[in-house]
Design a protein around this ligand. Sequence first.
Ligand code: 3PG
Length: 208
Amino acid sequence: MIAEDLFDLAPVIPVVVLDDAEAAVPLARALVEGGLPVIEVTLRTPSALDAIERIAAEVPDAVVGAGTVVLPEDAERSAAAGARFLVSPGCTSRLRAAMVATGLPFLPGVATASEAIALLEAGVTAMKFFPAEAAGGAAYLKALGGPLPRIRFCPTGGVTLGNAPDYLALGNVGCVGGTWLTPKDAVRDGDWDRVRKLASEAAALRSR
Ligand code: 3PG
C-alpha cells in the first residue's frame, strides 16, 4: 500500500483520541460497519499504542494507523504496534526518515507551500494539510493546487460533516480527516450506534 491508496479506501479518515484501550475494538467495529475502514488513532493518550495493537489484531477489516507521530521513535513504536500507516501534524527531515524507515505509507503534515515543496523534493506526493480550517481552509488549499498540482492532501483540523464537501470537491484533496466521528461522550458511554451513524453519514460523502 502507498499513501495515495488510503485516499481510495474512504472519503473520511476518523481521527480517534482514545483514553481507554478497552473501547478500541468496539469503536473500530462501529466505524468499519458505518463504512469508514481507515482509522487514525492519535498518539495523544497513553493507551494509543495498545489501542492500535488491539484493532490490528481484532478488527481485520479496519486499516488502522497512528496519528500525531511527532518524534522518530513514535514512528518506530507505531509500526511495532501494528499500525499500517502513519500521520504527522508537521514534518522534519529526521521525522520523514524515521517514517520512511518503517516501510509504511505516511501522510506528513504541511501548512505552507515551502513545507510541501520540501517534501516534494524528497519524493512525497501525499500529505496531510493541517490545521486545515485555521490555516486558511478550502480556499487556501485550492490555491496551493495551482502551483503544486502533483500533491494530494488530506485536510484535517476543524473539518466537519458541514465543510468536508468543500474540501472533497477540490482536485487536490484525496480524503479528509477529523475527530467529529467519535465524540468524546459517545466513546465514553459506549454509544456505538451513534458512532456508526456518524460514520455512515461521512461515508456517503464522495471525493471527486
Ligand atoms: C488532527 O490531529 O488531525 C486534528 O487534531 C483533528 O482535528 P479536529 O479535532 O478539528 O477534527
